[in-house]
Design a protein around this ligand. Structure first.
Ligand code: SAM
Length: 201
């Protein structure tokens, strides 16, 4: 009974995301953490994962940088958009409809993992393990300490102060931004925290 309830809840969540992705007309926005730190990517041919990729803007950018890309999301609508956008952009990637909680990445399978606007704390350990030695994590999502009302209203789905650093403390932080409401709130990188971190070799 409980298992059925959980399945129904998951189905509803997938339907909700399917509706959102169906209504959108583009492949979404490239995450700042990737766009601002593209120069940190390793050489071409590295294995990259866009986890909970949505409509795939990050995955397509990674493929354009010469990475071997997998893009995973549990929404079939999102995956259809990623595949179409990749064809239109003339890049190759493998987009898969996959529930990343039930099927997290396997250990030591990726050189780069990108996660944007997706926060499931149970995935921290699988993400760290999935990185190969020297691999890089690019992560950004909404912070509780924000200047606007953008993003989820449930604080559980937002990062607490310094939380991203704490969650990924086994990795070496290379870039971290979490500006909160400091200084001029009209400038800078607001409402989110971002981390680029390296798995020790
Ligand atoms: C806020 S969107 C972010 C999408 C993309 N990363 C971006 O930055 O535009 C969250 C995404 O997570 C996906 N998602 C949520 N739970 C998931 C799960 N358990 N497994 C795979 N994808 C999931 C949703 O379908 C949605 O596309």
């Amino acid at each position: 009974m409980a298992a059925n309830g959980a399945l129904d809840a998951r189905r509803e969540l997938i339907d909700k995301w399917d509706r959102r992705h169906r209504q959108a007309s583009d492949s979404g926005r490239i995450a700042e953490v990737l766009e601002q730190n593209l120069h940190l990517l390793p050489e071409t041919g590295s294995d990259a994962l866009d986890l909970a990729c949505g409509r795939g803007a990050n995955a397509i950018l990674l493929a354009q940088q010469g990475m071997r890309v997998r893009a995973w999301d549990f929404s079939p609508e999102a995956i259809a958009v990623v595949e179409r956008a990749a064809r239109e952009a003339g890049v190759e990637l493998i987009a898969e409809c996959r529930d990343v909680i039930d099927q997290p990445p396997r250990p030591a399978t990726f050189d780069i993992i990108v996660v944007s606007f997706f926060l499931e704390r149970c995935l921290v350990s699988p993400i760290v393990q999935a990185l190969r030695p020297g691999g890089l994590l690019f992560y950004q999502t909404f912070a509780r300490d924000a200047v606007s009302a953008m993003g989820p209203s449930n604080p559980e789905y937002r990062l607490g102060a310094g939380e991203l650093l704490e969650l990924f403390r086994s990795l070496r932080p290379r870039v971290y931004r979490d500006e909160g409401r400091l200084g001029d709130p009209r400038r800078g990188c607001r409402d989110i925290a971002m981390l680029v971190a390296e798995k020790p070799a």
